[in-house]
Design a protein. Structure first.
Length: 302
């Protein structure tokens, strides 16, 4: 008898490919992704990483090319060839050997350096997989919102050196969240549960998350405040049709999006916005050499 594995086909392309399409760039080739779009894409990704870590799995290759969309526009994680297993904390019980909760970088750390935490990029290092994952997720948010604004986003194979934010219309909430997640010192980073509870995920509307209802703000004294708008960095506002993924019960629920008046829903992607990376078209990016023509996904259930 022959054994067969059935995998889900993910025809929607990666999140990095989606970012690079003209729809999400301004006339200068810089990110014009709205914050509500970054929330819609990244919230289920952060929740899935939280589930992986709770089960003792460290993916080890966290970057936007490994987030791929299915036919319904839902993001899925792919590429687990660098996964490491560790013993997660359970019911607050301590282990005799705390090193069982750590993972190692090895002699030659693997990954995309822009997204790698300093400790994960250092050879012969044991580190906390939770804090390293939080760093990578912060860099994913930075890439989505700062691509092309920050020159470092153009060369992901170089280690990232923290600089002030280049894009001038980001909210105070998202800048504070990214800064805390990408602190050089792992002890200064929030836990992934704290990341999910941050006010940024509960914002409403467009670039700077205008507040329409105090009930959806978990901390009313930390509402998003817009910075000065950069010329040529904001697209004409449109709104998505894809529904938000249902929240996991372990974390605060995501409120339903509230559309500002006089705004229309963005039309579904047409053939002009298909992502040919998986079938025909340009070759895969140089920093993602282990290319799969039809990527597969791992779905984590709590």
């Amino acid at each position: 008898k022959n054994s067969h594995l059935e995998f889900e086909l993910l025809p929607g392309g990666s999140l990095m490919e989606r970012l690079r399409t003209g729809e999400y760039l301004d006339e200068f080739g810089r990110s014009a992704v709205y914050e509500w779009e970054a929330r819609q894409w990244m919230r289920p990704v952060v929740e899935t990483y939280a589930q992986l870590l709770a089960k003792g799995l460290y993916q080890g290759d966290q970057h936007l090319d490994n987030i791929v969309f299915d036919a319904d526009g839902c993001p899925k994680l792919v590429d687990f060839e660098l996964v490491q297993f560790f013993t997660p904390a359970t019911n607050g019980l301590s282990l005799r050997d705390p090193s069982q909760r750590l993972v190692g970088s090895g002699l030659d750390p693997h990954g995309v350096e822009f997204y790698m935490s300093p400790e994960a990029a250092s050879p012969h290092t044991f580190f906390d997989p939770h804090k390293a994952t939080v760093y990578s997720l912060g860099q994913m948010l930075r890439m989505l919102l700062e691509f092309g604004h920050d020159p470092a986003t153009r060369d992901v194979m170089r280690p990232y050196v923290r600089t002030p934010f280049w894009r001038m219309n980001l909210s105070a909430d998202v800048m504070e969240l990214i800064d805390s997640m990408t602190a050089d010192d792992p002890a200064m980073r929030p836990s992934i549960v704290q990341v999910l509870a941050h006010p940024f995920w509960f914002g409403q509307g467009g670039v700077t998350s205008p507040v329409t209802s105090p009930e959806v703000q978990p901390h009313v004294n930390q509402r998003s405040q817009p910075a000065a708008t950069a010329v040529g960095s904001v697209r004409n506002p449109t709104w998505p049709t894809a529904p938000a993924a249902p929240p996991m019960t372990a974390f605060p629920p995501v409120p339903s999006p509230v559309l500002p008046p006089n705004m229309t829903l963005r039309q579904p992607y047409t053939h002009n916005h298909t992502y040919g990376h998986w079938v025909s078209g340009p070759p895969p990016s140089a920093h993602h050499p282990h290319h799969l023509q039809y990527p597969t996904a791992v779905t984590v259930w709590g």
